[in-house]
Design a protein around this ligand. Structure first.
Ligand code: ADP
Ligand code: MG
Length: 296
């Protein structure tokens, strides 16, 4: 390959809003056959809103909202931002805060040990969900929403339901990727039904083995999911925005970060899509094919 053509390609990329780490990246871009898309913040806007708060029998909705928001105020996660935005300030301070990546958060508020997170996290802590809360979680998930449970002092006190929206252009991006002969997949830490709802909206089918959508993966498992595809012989591009995507972006044959994402993701990636527009991922593949075609 002549460096000149590759440099012209990277320059053209910059004009399009695709920042390419080095000219050699165009070569791996050309070979990609599978594109793994993170859900939250990549396919969806990641700007979630709090749409419902359900209290367990004997609990107050306002307490659930306030104590959950107080702990979430220390987290930057999209779920956390929705819970905080949906609560009236000022919030009581939190101490002993811990973020459990891909699971939830915990901390002490007003002398209570509060945990907010996935139902799975609460189950791991030995906290049972009363029937009313379980029904609220299931109803929210069936509607494609994300439900987190708030518990304190060892008891589940309520459920907070948040909703996300698919980005403009996401369905078009998926169609373009497929048009280029690539297989799009969705990868998320969220539950399977929320993943399915988003996949349906953007046109990602479950494969014959249901492999088009991989849900409920912990951040460390995202990397393993990419590696598994590579072991099956695929050349994998991973598109992500979060801290929890960084390891998978580095593992992928081509890591694509969104410019709207976290610095850790951008540093781990080979390409950055400056406007956070997924359609640029397809443009990048097209650009690399065209650039390399002029060389060969
Ligand atoms: P994604 O892969 O879609 O970007 P994450 O791995 O960041 O999702 O999170 C997976 C799930 O963990 C979320 O859907 C949510 O249920 C839960 N979770 C993560 N962070 C928090 C938080 N700060 N508060 C409550 N729940 C959280
Ligand atoms: Mg994300």
């Amino acid at each position: 390959a002549t460096p000149t053509a590759l440099l012209v390609g990277t320059g053209r990329g910059a004009q399009l809003g695709i920042l390419i780490r080095g000219p050699e990246v165009l070569e791996s871009t050309r070979r990609v056959d599978t594109v793994v898309l993170d859900k939250t913040g990549t396919v969806t806007t990641g700007v979630m809103s709090l749409v419902d708060v359900v209290a367990a029998p004997g609990e107050e909705v306002d307490d659930v909202r306030r104590l959950a928001a107080a702990v979430e105020a220390a987290s930057g996660h999209p779920v956390a931002r929705a819970v905080v935005a949906g609560s009236a300030a000022p919030l009581p301070p939190v101490t002993d805060f811990t973020s459990l990546e891909g699971l939830g958060v915990e901390g002490v508020v007003e002398g209570r040990a509060v945990v907010v997170g996935r139902p799975r996290l609460l189950a791991e802590r030995g906290v049972d969900l009363p029937a009313a809360l379980l029904a609220a979680v299931e109803a929210a998930e069936a509607a494609g929403r994300t439900a987190v449970v708030a518990a304190w002092d060892g008891r589940a006190r309520g459920v907070l339901v948040v909703a996300d929206t698919v980005k403009d252009g996401a369905a078009e991006a998926v169609a373009s990727l497929r048009g280029l002969g690539l297989r799009p997949m969705l990868l998320t830490g969220d539950h399977a039904r929320a993943a399915r709802a988003v996949a349906d909206e953007v046109g990602i089918e479950a494969g014959p083995d249901g492999a088009g959508v991989v849900a409920e993966v912990l951040p460390a498992e995202k990397l393993a999911a990419v590696r598994r595809l590579q072991q099956q012989g695929h050349v994998v591009a991973m598109v992500g925005d979060g801290v929890n995507d960084a390891a998978a972006l580095a593992q992928a044959d081509l890591g694509i970060a969104l410019g709207t994402g976290t610095d850790v993701a951008i540093q781990a990636a080979d390409l950055t899509l400056v406007r956070g527009d997924l359609r640029l991922a397809a443009d990048a593949v097209r650009l690399s094919r065209r650039t390399l075609a002029t060389i060969r």
